[in-house]
Write a protein that binds this ligand. Sequence first.
Ligand SMILES: [Zn+2]
Length: 357
Amino acid sequence: MENPLTPEVLADPVQLTRVLVDIESVSLNEKAIADCVEEVLRGVPHLSTYRHGNTVMARTDLGRSQRVVLAGHLDTVPLNNNFPSTMRGDLMYGCGTSDMKSGTAYALHLAVTLPEPRYDVTYFFYEAEEIESRYNGLNLVAQAFPEWLEADFAVLLEPTYGIVEAGCQGTMRSVVTTTGVRAHSARSWHGVNAIHAAGEVLRRLQTYEARRVTIDGCDYREGMNAVRINGGVAGNVVPDLCEIEVNYRFAPDRTPAEAEAHLREVFAGFEVRVTDTAAGAAPGLEAAPAKEFLAAVGAAPIGKLGWTDVARFAAMGIPALNFGPGDPNLAHHPDEHVEISKIRDGAATLHRWLAPA
Ligand SMILES: [Zn+2]
């Protein structure tokens, strides 16, 4: 296949978005797009380029005092009658236009056209973000070549509609168990009903007042919810066991250990088992490159409520945020599209931030 990523295409983030969208790359089918990206980057004299699976990394080595990461995933969710792309006025429709080839296009455009950025830059084009984490290109690189991820600050070019979404909340899954004593329901006074005991657990959840926390100017809103309930033996048996699955979304000022301690406090007197936890990420807007990035964007950041790959960087001690032109509400949507003017605005922002002073 002739590489469609020509110099003319690479020079224009809008055309580049469209060409990337038109290379089909549903998760686990990123080889063709990774081949095209790798070939381009290997031809750029100011970059060193590496590949691991279908993840391509390129970096400058200018001896700058700070290094930043620009990262975009190459994969998309499955097609949904939205391939290839189409144009309607100022809107580009198609799978991956918002999430996140318009963002990934920024990284590729800057990698090729900015030989002397103000910071050293590591550009990541990674595979399999949309599926389980064991396939995730950033995760695989972090395990195999952690030194590739060393940086002072990272920007994930996920859709945020042109504003900064910083940090992310943590999530904890747990099971709260109530116990009782089985008995025939005809002589129920011989038993203790575990489902009735669950009423107190549900009452605590219903009256629970979730915290709202502001960190570095970003608001995070916690939530604690029963998401499933299981109990019961038979139609004529007083049940001796009831399990309430509780999902706790916690602000990034709490570690998983602190979140667990809080959960146990809320359900004091009940058996609590934590089954799965992912730490949140503080917004990390104090680093110098982050402050300069916010100045270039010129709008207040907001807190990211869902869990994103930002947390992978945070776990390595690298402050990270999300910034991209797509509308996050359109990600994974059959009508997925991106505004051309948003692509141009975001490209100008990144240029202001990274171009030599
Ligand atoms: Zn995405």
